[in-house]
Design a protein. Structure first.
Length: 223
C-alpha cells in the first residue's frame, strides 16, 4: 500500500476534457487529422452554449488540439475568459489513422480503426491512452491545484478516461462511453499519486442538458 510521505503537500488538479463542436463536412470525408475542417454554423452555436456553462469555471489556461475544429472551439470558450492564453498541444490530436481522407461511403460500417491496424503507422487504443494520460500527468505538475481545459477529440478522450476508470482498452469499451460533441469530462487528479488515489472521472453531456435543440442530428458525419 502506498502512503503520502509525512509533511508532503497534496493538491487536486481538475482537467476538463472537452470534445470539439460539430464540423463542417459537406462531402462526408473521414477527415481525421486533415487540415481545414472547421466548425459548422451549428457547431459555433454549440460551442457558444458550452462556453456559457463553463463561464464560471476558474480556468488557469486552455489547451487544444492544433486541428482547426478544436482550436475554434477553444477560441469560443476562451471568449468567456478573455485573459486566458490558448496553448496548442499535439498530445490532444485526433487518432492517427490511415482511413484519413477516405469518403465515409468507402469506410465499412462499424469498422474497427485499431484492431487489426490497417497500416503500421496507425495508433492503437493503448497508444492513444498513453499519450493523453502522460500529457495530463504533466499538467498536474504544471498546474497543481488548478483547473485547466483541454479541447480534444472523441476517441482520445474516451481512451484516456477508460484508462483512468480501469476499463479494458478495447473498442467496445471506448464506444460504450463515447463522449458527445461539446461534452465535458472532468478528471480530478490528486498529487502525489498513490495506489488508492485513482483519478476521478465525471462526465457531462452539456448539449443534452442545456441546449438539446442544438444537438447534431443523427446520421450527420461528425468525425
Amino acid at each position: 500500500m502506498s502512503h503520502t510521505p509525512e509533511g508532503s503537500a497534496t493538491a487536486t488538479t481538475q482537467v476538463l476534457l472537452v470534445r470539439h463542436a460539430e464540423v463542417e463536412n459537406p462531402d462526408g470525408i473521414f477527415y481525421g487529422r486533415l487540415p481545414g475542417f472547421g466548425l459548422s454554423a451549428l457547431g459555433r452555436k454549440q460551442a457558444q452554449a458550452l462556453a456559457g456553462t463553463l463561464a464560471d469555471e476558474p480556468l488557469a489556461t486552455v489547451y487544444h488540439s492544433p486541428l482547426l475544429r478544436a482550436e475554434q472551439t477553444a477560441e469560443i470558450l476562451a471568449g468567456r475568459h478573455p485573459k486566458l492564453e490558448l496553448r496548442p498541444a499535439d498530445a490532444l490530436l485526433e487518432v492517427r489513422s490511415s482511413w484519413m481522407g477516405a469518403p465515409f461511403a468507402e469506410v465499412p460500417i462499424g469498422v474497427n480503426l485499431y484492431d487489426p491496424p490497417r497500416s503500421e503507422s496507425d495508433e492503437t487504443i493503448p497508444d492513444v491512452a498513453e499519450r493523453m494520460t502522460a500529457f495530463l500527468a504533466e499538467l498536474t505538475e504544471r498546474h497543481a491545484g488548478q483547473t485547466v481545459c483541454c479541447v480534444s477529440h472523441g476517441d482520445p478522450i474516451a481512451a484516456a478516461t477508460a484508462r483512468y476508470r480501469g476499463d479494458p482498452l478495447t473498442l467496445v469499451t471506448i464506444r460504450w462511453r463515447f463522449p458527445s460533441l461539446c461534452s465535458v469530462t472532468r478528471v480530478r487528479i490528486s498529487t502525489p499519486v498513490t495506489d488508492a488515489a485513482r483519478p476521478e472521472v465525471e462526465y457531462r453531456d452539456v448539449l443534452t442538458e442545456v441546449a438539446p435543440a442544438l444537438r447534431t442530428p443523427r446520421g450527420v458525419s461528425r468525425r
